[in-house]
Write a protein that binds this ligand. Structure first.
Ligand code: PEP
Ligand code: MN
Length: 455
């Protein structure tokens, strides 16, 4: 149904004023733009562009996430740490979508649970950094903050934040999302294609396991066809987007008033999250996202106290609305078994039912002596196992995983059945930010998670 079929309701002026209240609050991780006028002009231009997603889709997603929070579905979030403009190519987008579809099939079939598919895609362009500046060979320049802000090349020109990149970020998100919608709605995601998603990927243990599973699915699909079943869910995949809502000069102009209800939605993406570095209770990001209707996530690191968590719930989900709030825990393999249980116990004593998702990537970073940022596959798996253990012990629902991955055969994370070692990292290390699981490591992880889910 078109949104214009509803009576158009305009927003209360207090709602609009509230959307700008963050401007009066402490804010972290924003770029030093060269001047106010040019960034204001770029934001004003973005405010005139069509939304990238629709409020109705966002509402459907909230219902899906409510099911996951209740243990009746599972959320799979995956994609690059930082998307880049150069890599927004058809091949790259297709391979990431294929990898997520394959992981989802493994989880759906292995654990008999509906999987909500969500790409860290079509907008994951702004990055928080541990330091504002970077020094190489005695030269100090602004840190790379993601393609929507500055360039990765280590020159003063490229590292200078450039507001024209905001507009390019919007257009790159639009073309990425257009292709995602074509792939997932136009026949490519048809379950009768399960085999073809695996083509073009090197033959390896995870792919072989996947082929076995695809054969079984084929048989089941043929059986259903023969029995006369023909349902839409088999032909199309619901696919959602997400990114960290970090860059306020982009997220604010992408926030629009829904004409059906008069309420604000951030329409740069279906789901947005607040990072570990910007989740201060009295800070700009938490205030801003408390005022939009999207389902939102908050990353929780190992130092999160039950009290911090409960106060985040009061601020971000005062009505305790099912599907509204997702906690993405990123504790580290060595810490999850100590850090997660107190949070789960505090939740059980409260009236809140957030969706719990494991990000086994961001607590397990390390740097090799040769200077590569990497993660060990075993530690990633161990954190996921710790996450499931903690939920089993507490009687709460482990509702999803959040992974940095690519559909390509990169060598960025150590281990997995290809035994990527420190010497191999250099052969195909392409991430400009954090190391991603490659296609095969992603599939391997999906099989392990399916086992945990059906345990
Ligand atoms: C990320 O998801 O890339 C990220 C920076 O995560 P976190 O906020 O958990 O460190
Ligand atoms: Mn990252």
């Amino acid at each position: 149904m078109l949104q214009t079929d509803f009576p158009v309701i305009s927003a209360d002026p207090d709602v609009i004023a509230g959307l700008d209240y963050w401007r009066t609050l402490p804010i972290k991780q924003q770029p030093e733009w060269p001047d106010h006028a040019s960034v204001e002009a770029a934001s004003a231009e973005i405010a005139t562009f069509p939304p990238l997603v629709f409020a109705g889709e966002v509402d459907t997603l909230r219902e899906r996430l409510a099911a996951a929070a209740a243990g009746k579905a599972f959320l799979l979030q995956g994609g690059d740490c930082a998307e880049t403009f150069a890599d927004a190519t058809a091949d790259n987008i297709r391979n990431r979508v294929k990898t997520i579809l394959q992981m989802a099939v493994v989880l759906t079939y292995g654990a008999s649970v509906p999987v909500i598919k969500m790409g860290r895609m079509a907008g994951q362009f702004a990055k928080p950094r541990s330091s504002d500046m970077e020094t190489r060979d005695g030269v100090t320049l602004p840190a790379y903050r993601g393609d929507i802000i500055n360039g990765y090349d280590f020159t003063p020109e490229s590292r200078q934040p450039d507001p024209a990149r905001l507009v390019k970020g919007y257009h790159t998100s639009a073309s990425t999302l257009n292709l995602i919608r074509a792939f997932t709605q136009g026949g490519f995601a048809d379950l009768r294609q399960v085999h073809s998603w695996n083509k073009g990927f090197a033959s390896n243990p995870a792919n072989v396991m996947y082929e076995h599973l695809a054969k079984e699915i084929d048989k089941a699909v043929r059986f259903m066809e023969a029995a006369g079943a023909d349902f839409d869910e088999m032909k199309r995949a619901e696919f959602y987007t997400c990114h960290e809502a970090l860059l306020m000069d982009y997220e604010r102009p992408m926030t629009r008033i829904d004409s059906r209800t008069g309420t604000p939605y951030t329409l740069s993406s279906h789901f947005v999250w607040i990072g570990e570095r910007t989740r201060d209770l009295d800070g700009a990001h938490v205030d801003f996202l408390s005022r939009v209707r999207n389902p939102i996530g908050v990353k929780l690191g190992p130092t999160t106290s039950p009290d911090d968590m409960l106060r985040l719930i009061d601020k971000l989900d005062p009505d305790r609305e099912p599907g509204r709030l997702t906690f993405v825990t990123r504790m580290g393999a060595g810490k999850i078994r100590d850090a997660l249980p107190p949070l789960l116990e505090a939740i059980k004593k409260s009236d809140a039912t957030p969706l719990w998702v494991s990000d086994p990537m961001h607590g397990n970073g390390m740097t090799t002596p040769t200077g590569y940022k990497t993660r060990r596959f075993e530690e990633i798996v161990d954190e996921v196992k710790g996450f499931f253990e903690a939920h089993r012990d507490a009687g709460t629902h482990p509702g999803g995983i959040h992974i940095e991955l690519t559909g390509d055969d990169v060598t960025e994370c150590l281990g997995g059945s290809e035994h990527i070692d420190e010497a191999t990292l250099a052969t195909r290390y392409e991430s400009l930010c954090d190391p991603r699981l490659n296609h095969m490591q992603s599939l391997e992880l999906a099989f392990l998670v399916a086992e945990e889910l059906s345990a």
